[in-house]
Ligand binder design. Structure first.
Ligand code: HEM
Length: 168
C-alpha cells in the first residue's frame, strides 16, 4: 500500500509537465517562503508527536505519569495539523516543479516527498489493523518522522542556509 501511494505520486510528478508557477502564496512573499515555513511548522508539530508517542508508550524520559486522554488527543491533533500543512506544499511541489533530478539533494527530496505519503497512509491503516506486532506502529511512525526530517533537511534547511531566516 505504502509503495503504491509513493509510486503513484512519483509517476504523476515525473510524467506531467511542471506548471512552473506558484498556485497561491497566502501572506508570504513567494511560494518558496510559504513552503519552507509550512514545512518547518510541520516538523515542529512532529516533535510534539514524538514526545506524546513516547509518553503513551511509557518511554518519555523523566515522565512517570501515565498518559491520559489529553496526551492521546494532542498526539492525534498535532499529527492531523502537521499532515494538513504538508498537503498544499506537496501539491505545489508536484504540480509546479515535478520530480526533480538535477542533483542528489533534489532527488532525495522528491523520493522522500513521495515516500512520506506512502508511510503516512500505512501508519493510518496500521492504527486500525488488528494483530499488528507491537513494534509495527513505532516503526511506521518513525518512518513518517524520518521522511519529514529528510524533506526538511533537503529543502527548508537548504533554503535557510542560503537566504537566512526571512519571516514572510
Ligand atoms: C511532505 C511533502 C513535501 C514537502 C513538505 C516539501 C517541501 C518543499 C520545500 C520546503 C521546498 C523548497 C522550496 C522550493 O524550492 O519551492 C521544496 C522544493 C522542491 N520539491 Fe518538495 N516537498 C514535498 C514533497 C515533494 C514531492 C512529492 C516532490 C516531487 C515528487 C517534490 C519536489 C520538489 C522539487 C523538485 C523542489 C525544488 C528543489 C530545488 O530545486 O531546490 N517535493 N519542497
Amino acid at each position: 500500500m505504502a509503495l503504491a501511494i509513493a509510486l503513484a505520486l512519483g509517476v504523476y510528478a515525473k510524467a506531467h509537465t511542471p506548471g512552473g508557477r506558484p498556485i497561491f502564496t497566502l501572506w508570504f512573499s513567494g511560494m518558496l517562503q510559504l513552503k519552507v515555513w509550512f514545512t518547518t511548522a510541520a516538523l515542529a508539530l512532529l516533535l510534539v508527536q514524538l514526545a506524546t508517542a513516547l509518553w503513551m508508550w511509557g518511554r518519555l524520559p523523566g515522565v512517570r505519569a501515565t498518559a491520559g486522554r489529553s496526551v492521546a488527543m494532542t498526539h492525534r491533533w498535532s499529527g492531523a495539523i502537521a499532515f494538513t500543512l504538508t498537503v498544499p506544499i506537496a501539491v505545489h511541489c508536484m504540480w509546479a516543479l515535478g520530480f526533480g533530478t538535477q542533483d542528489a539533494r533534489v532527488v532525495a527530496h522528491s523520493v522522500a516527498g513521495c515516500a512520506f505519503y506512502g508511510a503516512y497512509g500505512a501508519k493510518m491503516l496500521g492504527l486500525r489493523m488488528r494483530g499488528l506486532p507491537s513494534w509495527g506502529l513505532p516503526v511506521m511512525g518513525g518512518a513518517v518522522m524520518a521522511l519529514l526530517v529528510t524533506i526538511w533537511l533537503t529543502a527548508a534547511l537548504w533554503f535557510f542556509t542560503r537566504s537566512g531566516l526571512p519571516l514572510t
